[in-house]
Design a protein around this ligand. Structure first.
Ligand code: SF4
Length: 244
């Protein structure tokens, strides 16, 4: 892979953000305060993708600034990283009303924006936070409870990368025992980042260590949508790592 040009990548992301600031591609434009594009390093090796902006994110224009964002910052600190070391964005960039789940047609409408971001940043690892980002970017119908903490090689926007799903940090706010699961998965994420990109992923893990959480609530709707081909991003599974 060619070395990343930080200036060019920052300018390219800025141009993308400018291009979609008035986006009306889906109905979420009606209730938003602003498009929440993303934040962080334009050349990050690690990108986090969440679900969509909440109340605080909508007001401030930055993803993960509420309680879940505070936990994400703490989890990053636990593996020696800051928010400035990574890039953080969401599957949909406008706040769903009443913080409801994003609908399949909204995810389909917004996913090209996300693919454009990933094409610029070219991350080695995309850590998906929760079920919506995981199903979109790993092109899977498996539940987040089944696949969290397990790496999978994919091609996103023409770029070979690795998807690494974890629970959405909000799951630990509702179910405190999930924080330990997140900490364990972040420790694996740290190892994944430090491995040779062509090396073996960490292995030998048993089944999911975490309790079933609220993440899979409402999963049938999205699962059904994916199965019906309602949204299919430019995602192709190149090979499956041993863990998944
Ligand atoms: S959610 Fe995405 S596709 Fe929908 S209006 Fe906002 S930026 Fe556009």
């Amino acid at each position: 892979m060619e070395p990343k040009d930080a200036v060019a990548a920052t300018e390219a992301l800025g141009a993308l953000a400018e291009a979609i600031k008035d986006c009306r591609r889906c109905g979420l434009c009606e209730g938003r305060t602003q498009v929440v594009f993303g934040v962080g390093s334009a050349t990050a090796d690690l990108v986090f993708i969440g679900e969509g902006p909440g109340y605080h994110e909508d007001r401030l224009g930055e993803p993960f600034v509420g309680q879940a964002g505070k936990l994400l910052t703490e989890l990053l600190a636990g593996i020696g990283l800051t928010r400035a070391d990574v890039y953080i964005a969401n599957v949909v960039k406008c706040r769903p009303p009443e913080n409801r789940d994003p609908l399949p047609d909204e995810i389909e409408a917004c996913s090209p924006h996300l693919m454009d971001q990933l094409a610029v940043i070219r991350p080695r690892v995309v850590c998906t936070l929760g079920r919506f980002a995981t199903r979109l970017l790993a092109d899977t119908e498996l539940s987040i409870t089944a696949v969290h903490g397990k790496a999978k090689d994919v091609t996103l926007a023409g770029l070979k990368t690795t998807v690494f799903p974890v629970f959405h940090p909000a799951a630990a706010l509702y179910t405190p025992s999930n924080r330990k699961v997140l900490e364990e998965d972040f420790a694996k994420l740290r190892r994944l980042l430090t491995e040779d990109s062509a090396g073996e992923p960490q292995g030998g893990e048993g089944p999911s260590t975490g309790p079933a959480d609220d993440e899979d609530a409402g999963a049938d709707r999205v699962q059904g949508a994916a199965g019906g081909g309602v949204f299919r991003p430019d995602t192709h599974v190149e090979r499956q790592l041993p863990l998944w």
